[in-house]
Write a protein that binds this ligand. Structure first.
Ligand code: NAP
Length: 300
């Protein structure tokens, strides 16, 4: 019998894609917020125990970075505490755990892309809560993979791509931050790579191999840009495909001219060498990913 997989956050950008990419590995039970609230530790334990999976994949998170500044307790419960509960339950079941994390665990002050061994120093409530979640997973003793990604977008949900598409149709001019750099990563590519990594780790059935090869990895698109560069590429795509564009120029502005409740790292770049060396997996350049994503249209 094929080992069952429990997916949390099945309605999110990455979780939605994982439903499909994990399916060849075993039967997937995908849960959404309406099925279990990650802030309710007791309910979360019960759901995991009832499902008794061989592999847990956690793509659920409190992802509203600005709102988290005023909602620290909930962000901590969902991003910091719940992953630890999943780790404990995985340990108890001798199951594996995949947990998605973020570039926002870093302060962004480095002059080069961050490596896994670099010290994390989050500058936002969201980043702190996600770092706490990583520590809880690693400390639980279960066989695990923590995959840090960045600047996630897709054709569904709430993200920069869809926001710029809407604003470009409404405004004459877009003013977009130029001094934050990162690698925009398509949710589907992240989900496909996650499944490929799991296959190479023998998951879901072999937690021994997952223990040996697992740990913390950076998983983002190759290449880099700024939010401004990303916005320009999105507007170029809208124009090239004849979609309604009112916006005549995309102006580059400094972060100082776009204050937000949460601070963001100026450098969000993650070095993905460890992942490539361990699994032979490297995500394509962000521009190629954007082209592939936008080709899928609104049905993605
Ligand atoms: N978005 C990014 O730019 C980005 C960058 C780096 C890393 N990440 C990480 O990637 C992972 C997936 O992010 P994403 O972009 O796919 O986020 P997303 O689209 O916001 O999905 C997150 C999912 O978590 C669910 N969720 C939130 N609070 C919950 C709760 N209390 N109980 C149960 N479910 C809850 C949400 O449910 P609803 O659908 O009901 O809201 C949503 O479906 C997260 O770990 C995130 O930290 C994201």
């Amino acid at each position: 019998m094929t080992a069952p997989i429990l997916l949390l956050g099945g309605n999110g950008q990455i979780g939605w894609e994982l439903r499909r990419t994990l399916a060849p590995l075993g039967p997937v039970t995908a849960l959404e917020r309406t099925d279990v609230d990650l802030a309710d530790g007791k309910a979360l334990r019960k759901v995991v125990r009832d499902a008794a999976p061989a592999l847990i994949v956690n793509a659920a998170a409190y992802t509203q970075v600005d709102r988290a500044e005023k909602d620290a307790a909930l962000a901590q419960a969902v991003n910091g505490t719940a992953p630890g509960i999943l780790g404990e339950e995985a340990n108890r079941l001798n199951a594996g755990l995949v947990h998605i994390s973020t570039d926002y665990v870093f302060d962004g002050a480095a002059a080069r892309p961050y490596r896994e061994e670099d010290a994390a120093a989050p500058i936002s409530v969201y980043g702190k809560s996600k770092l706490a979640g990583e520590a809880a997973v690693a400390g639980s003793g279960c066989a695990h993979l923590i995959l840090r990604t960045s600047w996630v977008y897709s054709m569904r949900g709430s993200n920069f791509l869809l926001t710029i598409r809407r604003l470009a149709g409404e405004l004459d001019e877009l003013r977009i931050v130029e001094d934050q750099r990162g690698a925009p990563s398509w949710a589907r590519m992240i989900a496909e790579a996650t499944a490929a990594i799991l296959v190479r780790c023998g998951a879901p059935s072999d937690t021994g191999l997952l223990t040996e090869k697992g740990g913390l990895y950076h998983l983002t698109a190759s290449g880099q840009t700024s939010w401004h560069g990303f916005a320009e590429a999105i507007v170029d795509w809208l124009r090239a495909t004849g979609q309604p564009v009112r916006c005549r120029r995309v102006l580059a502005i400094p972060t100082a001219q776009y204050p937000t409740p949460a601070k963001r790292p100026a450098n969000s770049l993650l070095d993905c060498t460890k992942l490539r060396d361990a699994f032979g997996i490297a995500l394509p350049d962000w521009r190629d990913q954007l082209a592939l994503c936008t080709e899928t249209g609104s049905c993605g």
